[in-house]
Write a protein that binds this ligand. Structure first.
Ligand code: FAD
Ligand code: MLT
Ligand code: ZN
Length: 454
């Protein structure tokens, strides 16, 4: 539905005319998702400058019956951040304050702060933020909380939920809940940060959070390992998973994706030939780590066909680029179906082999791109060469995941893209509990309708 003029005037009175955007050209960047698969209506965008303004906006929307799509950096990949049904977009990007508390090793951070800025703020006291992802320059703290983003450091520091000490949010009821004292020992009932993490804007709008900061490892080393098969690569990943300390990231790629990145970037691999599968490992570079890791290296030596190691920052970045550039390289091929799934460790290699077989059996022109956060069993299945609107692709992959005992969302969330398949992972009783929580915190049903719960 369109946002009524009366409501727009009320919104202008709250945030100022300049922060209610209606020009179709200006709102275009807010209404289409990063992949180009989800194209919303040219809805208005409101840009609040404080939690109090967010609360007033939710009040106006409740009264007018206007549905709301909260938005951070609009880097989400499951169609949850754009207005597909004429909703009002509430952009949090004007909320940009970061306060680092060195004594507590924590930070109080506004929802609109990009992850790269939070990382830089943490670095000013010699610390880091536990979540890192290739979209770090655009993805905001609020968006990463709402999606419970994972990224490349989950094996070391956990997902976004694990970083949260407290949150401030405007619930769908219009109430402001704020718990930002930063007490890590605070066992006083329901843990709202955990509930809001992964809620994808369906319960309320996160405006601030209190996050823990982490001690970064010493100067890291990055190794790109080449294998003859996905099975060999996954056997090596299992060894790294059991490594004693210091392993920060273990990522995997296959030949087609790496070749795509190389041709897009006009670079070559640091190897004489190309291989079926690759694993990228980052580990702290000090002796206490390198020494115990030598056992892992010995255990996988018979599997590894070639290796490139980088210890200085530019060469580390060059090795990471083979992995992090996958997303943009695939988008250049065509609008992708992006399925971000998790498999039990033992089922990972067979799944990676089976997915292309099943998809080609259905449609030979499907191009299947596989990569992911191997340490966590998180596989990104991207499919181009097929109609972006044909949900058969999603159905085939997600059913295969469920058959293998996996999760249909490892880190990106359910969004609108996967809402109809939530039942593959959640029982009717669980979904009923989700709906009861939603009804309590968003009784008018205005918070991101259609996302998560179909
Ligand atoms: P948006 O895209 O704006 O929104 C995402 C969802 O959160 C929507 O449902 C939206 O309504 C809701 N939302 C946003 N802000 C708020 C708020 N303040 N309060 C309540 N709800 C809100 N994701 C990973 O998990 N791991 C990765 O490794 C990773 N790598 C990526 C790499 C690239 C190149 C790209 C483009 C994306 C990647 N992503 C990854 C996906 C994306 O960056 C994450 O999902 C991120 O958490 C989205 O943050 P955002 O601020 O852009 O949120
Ligand atoms: C990644 O790990 O690169 C992301 O989650 C983005 C993607 O799936 O393309
Ligand atoms: Zn990812």
């Amino acid at each position: 539905m369109a946002v009524p003029t009366r409501a727009l005037l009320d919104l202008e009175a709250i945030v100022g005319r300049e922060h209610v955007l209606t020009d179709p050209e200006v709102v275009a960047g807010y209404t289409t998702d990063w992949t180009g698969r989800f194209i919303g209506s040219r809805s208005p965008v409101v840009r609040p400058g404080s939690t109090a303004e967010v609360a007033q906006i939710v009040g106006v929307c409740r009264t007018a019956g206007v549905a709301v799509v909260p938005q951070g950096g609009n880097t989400g990949l499951v169609g949850g951040s754009v207005p597909l049904d004429g909703e009002l977009v509430v952009s949090l990007t004007r909320l940009t304050q970061v306060d680092v508390d060195a004594a507590a090793a924590q930070a109080t951070v506004d929802a609109g702060v990009p992850i790269a800025r939070l990382q830089a703020a943490a670095a000013t006291i010699g610390m880091g933020y536990g979540v890192d992802l290739a979209s770090r320059d655009g993805a905001t703290l609020g968006g990463t909380i709402a999606t419970n983003a994972g990224g490349t450091r989950v094996m070391r520091f956990g997902d976004t939920r694990a970083q949260l000490v407290g949150v401030e949010a405007v619930l769908g009821t219009g109430a402001v809940v704020s718990h930002l004292a930063g007490l890590t020992r605070d066992n006083t009932g329901y843990h709202l940060p955990s509930l809001l993490a992964g809620s994808e804007g369906t319960l309320g709008i996160v405006t601030r959070a209190r996050v823990r900061l982490v001690a970064p490892g010493t100067e890291p080393a990055v190794a790109l390992l080449a294998f003859d098969s996905v099975g060999d690569a996954m056997a090596a990943v299992a060894e790294f998973r059991r490594a004693p300390i210091g392993v920060e990231a273990v990522e995997f790629m296959v030949r087609s994706g790496v070749e795509l990145v190389c041709s897009g970037d006009r670079v070559s691999l640091p190897f004489a030939v190309s291989y079926a599968a690759y694993v990228l490992v980052e580990a702290a570079g000090n002796d206490e780590v390198i020494e115990p890791l030598s056992d892992v290296v010995a255990a996988i030596a018979h599997l590894v066909r070639d290796v490139a190691v980088a210890t200085d920052s530019p060469r580390r970045a060059a090795l990471w680029r083979y992995r992090e550039a996958h997303t943009e390289a695939i988008n250049r091929v065509g609008t992708p179906h992006k399925l971000d799934v998790a498999l039990p460790a033992a089922a990972l290699a067979a799944f990676v082999d089976e997915v292309p077989r099943r998809l080609h059996g259905w449609n030979p022109s499907a191009r299947v791109w596989l990569f992911g956060h191997a340490a966590d069993g998180n596989v990104h299945v991207n499919v181009t060469g097929v109609d972006p609107d044909d949900k058969t692709v999603d159905e085939i992959v997600l059913r295969l995941v469920a058959e293998a005992g996996g999760s249909i969302s490892a880190e990106h969330g359910i969004g609108r893209a996967k809402a109809q398949w939530l039942h593959l992972n959640r029982t009717p009783e669980e979904i009923a509990a989700f709906r009861a929580i939603k009804a309590a915190l968003d009784p008018a049903g205005i918070m991101n309708p259609g996302v998560l719960l179909a």
